[in-house]
Design a binder for this molecule. Sequence first.
Ligand code: MN
Length: 297
Amino acid sequence: MSNTTSPEFFEAREVPLGGVRGVQVDRVLPQRGLPTLGAWCFLDQFGPDVAEMVVLPHPHIGLQTVTWPLAGEIRHRDSVGSDAILRPGQLNLMTSGRGVSHSELSIGTGPLHALQLWVALPADAAAGPAGFEHHASLPRYQDNGIDALVFMGTLGDAESPATTYSPLVGAQLDVTEATLPLRPDFEYGLLVVDGIVQVAGVELKPGPLLYLGTGRDELTISGPARAVLLGGEPFGEDLVMWWNFVGRSHDEIMAAREDWEGGDPSRFGTVAGHGADRIPAPILPNLRLKPRKQPVR
Ligand code: MN
């Protein structure tokens, strides 16, 4: 294997999630030293012991939301008319295009453990229409010692049917010991959600993201564990991220904020079933938002 990056740990931080009944989540991405991983630009982990998730209608631009429950069920409703119940092993994928709004509420009284990820859209798709996909059945990558569900992109011979706009992968790995095929042009990261793994010469427990960089054509993982592998071609663009918006300039973010606060239904639509309940945008900071520069590695 040639010239691979040393693995780097990025610790998650606890953040309060907005809303009427806010909960604490573990924010894994973005990080100061890792604004994107491929086109993956955001990763929050709820649980494993959250009792309830109530995320009222709120807007997005410039991204896809990828909702991946590990335990519990989530009801998704959005401004393109979707109303979908999501269970473990299934994918909800919402593409914001120029503007969309949605709500996500846990169902039932059991514990909830879920990952909420965002994928940054390239500029042309970010100017496009909104859409929603529910994938109840996803392809598996299977080999000795591994059974993986590929929810986005491609791993080995398994390709997710979910719509993507840049080369990437997102897969849930149930692994005892296996060697995965990787793409040297992708950068990769690994998050353990249950168990402990030995990988790339280090031990990885639940919590931090292990950044594995580019240049690897395979990766040996020893568990037993459940982990999530994320990867993709380095995104290459410096993004402005603020609240629920991913854009390319301060002015673009400010216009989206004004459209949401002004209730512009031509941009963000309405989410049925919530009446006037919605999450207001925070006050903009008194400075010009700047792109997060990609670090030099
Ligand atoms: Mn959202």
